[in-house]
Design a protein around this ligand. Structure first.
Ligand code: 3H9
Length: 654
């Protein structure tokens, strides 16, 4: 069978009168200019050749099409643009069947929606994730998807950017079939019949959704938007599909897409997208093989240890979790099983999944049970002596090739490593709480950490579905060091005249999940207080220092758990507290500060600049490898809004 070349990355073969076109543009078959041109050439060949009856379009490798080529977004569009390609597919006189071999995302799904029939491999994933890039679908997705699913499900999918499985896509009406055997053979079979009743998605009327369902879907999407523009625009466009003609809807979609493509939010989210890919490239690890991981040991089954255990069980690992006594281990097991049961109740896992996880969990009240572990993570109380004794003991229990990891937030992993015979096998794995939910993991490279130990830490993070960011040793690593700088600046702002509520409201309006003072209260004020007391002796007396947080702690205002902190808590709701206002006023008077008014913009600028300044220091010290890694830490661990790109992006630091 000779292949017909339509472009450098689009080729075809003919089977049984059907032109089978394969898109092959590694790594994800993005719809770059040459792919688009190739599809146009293939369509011309199909419709210009009387011996051909139909066309099947599929992708080479793991993806069908991973979307428009994001690298082209910074440049002017080059013909043929994707909306024209998609219209040409839909207008084809002969049927085109999409055979989705893998992910069909963004422009990839839009190509499939324009085909006359769609079949997918069971493993395929379908989605319109454009909002995650600050965009709306720009090649008909907002108009064609609702014509298959109805308005409410389309709002949910496009507004959230969530990808669905082939099975769910079939239920939603997006797919005609899920392949049970050979995808291409089944697609070719379908294409023979497709010509009899050509179904053009754009010509369909939108299936009805109730107003209540539409509003509920829109409310859910907007509730998560936190100041991001694209989800609201996506909702508007999907609603338009239910009200206007296809042409009107497509024109409005294109106009909105082009406007958003050049927006600050889209630029920021593109930065985040490429930052994530860049963060995976770690110097010195080329060709380094990670060690084999099957059994994860965990010491400490508090909130953090249990969360790590659930995360590891979810990822298919065997877990051995130990505590100091059999009784404490039993309590830990109950906590872990309760967390799994919650996931069972919410439908995140099924009964078989629950049983499998429990069968892979071993708990013990004695550290020697950790002997078979390939990697042990300690998640005990963050105290140097406790962890140092533990590391010394673990060194004598686990195999020589097992890895020892510390989950410390502030202690020096190099000092802990020095407690062992082989510091090269020690690495920091800093999880964020709740560990089974938070995506960020700081992977701390100690002075002596071996490359394959670091590579194994990174591999573990990926298998747990986390975003690992490599960092060097410093107190607080990347995230908590920046957070300390943020905390300090927020307290200086208080002294200078802003109130906790004004600062929190400015940062929440900016898009932070929570304002700083609400976060301090939630986390509790006592740990930072203890640290400040430790540092008091070495603090430079000339350095600016705010005493307000210390005064709060001295008054027993340790935060939400204590019922009062920066705020008073009544029925779980935060309220400004005149007692705190008085403390702040007193501190200002003592320093002779005349309070001034701040706008929200001034507040956010000062706080974001403080984060970026600390980030600059982390780069200069070599703790962070690149500015974009710092942005990812803040976004994924500290609630910084992704659509702002991160403090380093905002400060223009590359
Ligand atoms: C869109 O479609 C707009 C349309 O509605 C309208 C147009 C008019 N373009 O993630 P990975 C690169 S918006 C260019 O590690 P995985 C990526 O940078 C788009 N490059 O692989 C990386 O490069 P490198 C909507 C892309 O297997 C390499 O591929 N689509 C694109 O873990 C591997 O990436 C999306 O938002 C792209 N579209 O996951 C989908 N995608 O090796 C975005 C990837 O040099 N992509 N690259 O660092 C994804 O979600 C994942 O990449 C995917 C594969 C699931 C496809």
């Amino acid at each position: 069978m000779t292949a017909i070349t339509f472009s450098p990355d689009v080729s075809g073969t003919i089977t049984d009168g059907v032109l089978v076109v394969t898109l092959d543009n590694p790594p994800v078959n993005a719809a770059s200019q040459t792919v688009r041109a190739g599809i146009m050439a293939a369509l011309a060949h199909l419709n210009g050749n009387s011996t051909l009856k139909a066309m099947v379009m599929t992708g080479a490798g793991k993806s069908f099409v991973g979307g428009a080529d994001i690298r082209e977004f910074g440049k002017p569009p080059v013909d043929p643009i994707l909306p024209d390609v998609v219209s040409a597919i839909e207008a084809s006189a002969k049927p085109v069947v999409a055979a989705l071999n893998g992910v069909a995302l963004g422009g990839g799904l839009e190509i499939a929606l324009a085909c006359h029939q769609r079949i997918a491999a069971a493993s395929a994933k379908l989605g319109l994730p454009e909002v995650k890039l600050g965009l709306v679908p720009g090649a008909g997705g907002t108009q064609r998807l609702p014509r298959l699913t109805g308005v409410a499900p389309a709002i949910e999918m496009i507004g959230s950017g969530r990808a669905v499985s082939a099975k769910e896509a079939l239920t939603l009406g997006i797919l005609d079939r899920v392949a049970t055997g050979d995808l291409l053979a089944e697609a070719i079979d379908m294409s023979h019949a497709a010509g009899k009743s050509m179904r053009r998605t754009g010509m369909l009327s939108v299936p009805p959704s109730s107003d209540a369902d539409i509003e509920a879907a829109a409310k859910k999407v907007l509730g998560k938007a936190r100041g991001q523009t694209a989800p609201g625009q996506a909702i508007r466009l999907v609603k338009l599909a239910g009200e206007a003609t296809l042409d009107t809807g497509l024109a409005e979609e294109r106009r909105t897409f082009l406007e958003l493509k050049d927006s600050e939010q889209a630029r920021a989210l593109r930065h985040v997208f490429f930052a994530e890919r860049a963060s995976a490239k770690v110097d010195g690890l080329d060709g380094v093989q990670p060690r084999k991981l099957e059994t994860i040991g965990i010491v400490g089954m508090g909130l953090m240890g249990s969360g790590i255990a659930v995360s590891a069980l979810d990822a298919g690992f065997r877990v051995i979790a130990v505590e100091q006594s059999a009784e404490a281990a039993e309590k830990g097991r109950t906590r872990i099983e309760d967390m799994l049961r919650k996931n069972l109740a919410s439908g995140r896992i099924d009964q078989a999944g629950f049983d499998a996880r429990v069968s892979r969990l071993k708990t013990a009240g004695d550290k020697t049970a950790l002997q078979p572990a390939d990697l042990v993570i300690e998640a005990v109380f963050d105290d140097y002596d406790v962890k140092a004794t533990l590391f010394g003991a673990l060194d004598g229990i686990v195999r020589d090739d097992a890895i020892l990891a510390t989950n410390t937030s502030y202690l020096d992993p190099d000092r802990l490593a020095a407690e062992t015979k082989n510091p090269a096998r020690v690495v920091g794995l800093h999880f964020f709480s709740p560990a089974n939910i938070m995506r960020l993991m700081e992977v701390v490279k100690g002075a002596k950490t071996a490359p394959d130990v670091l590579a194994t830490g990174l591999q573990l993070a990926k298998r747990l579905g986390k975003l690992p960011i490599v960092c060097g040793v410093t107190e607080g690593f990347i995230g908590n060091r920046i957070f300390s700088a943020y905390r300090k600046e927020a307290e200086f702002l208080l002294e200078d005249g802003a109130s906790p509520a004004e600062i929190d409201s400015a940062m929440e309006k900016f898009g932070m999940a929570m304002g700083p003072f609400a976060v301090f209260d939630l986390a509790g004020l006592e740990i930072a207080w203890a640290r400040r007391k430790r540092q008091a002796a070495t603090r430079d007396p000339a350095e600016r220092y705010s005493v307000i947080a210390d005064r709060l702690c001295e008054a027993g205002r340790f935060g939400q758990k204590a019922g009062r902190g920066w705020y008073a808590y009544v029925d779980g709701k935060r309220q400004e507290d005149p007692a705190v206002t008085d403390m702040i006023a007193a501190a200002r008077r003592e320093k002779g500060i005349v309070p001034k008014d701040f706008t929200s913009g001034e507040i956010t600028r000062r706080l974001v600049s403080a984060m970026a300044d600390e980030g600059r220091k982390l780069l200069a010290e070599g703790i962070a490898a690149r500015a974009s890694d710092i942005d990812l830490v803040l976004i994924n661990g500290y609630g910084f809004p992704a659509h702002r790109g991160g403090p380093m992006f905002m400060a223009g630091i590359e």
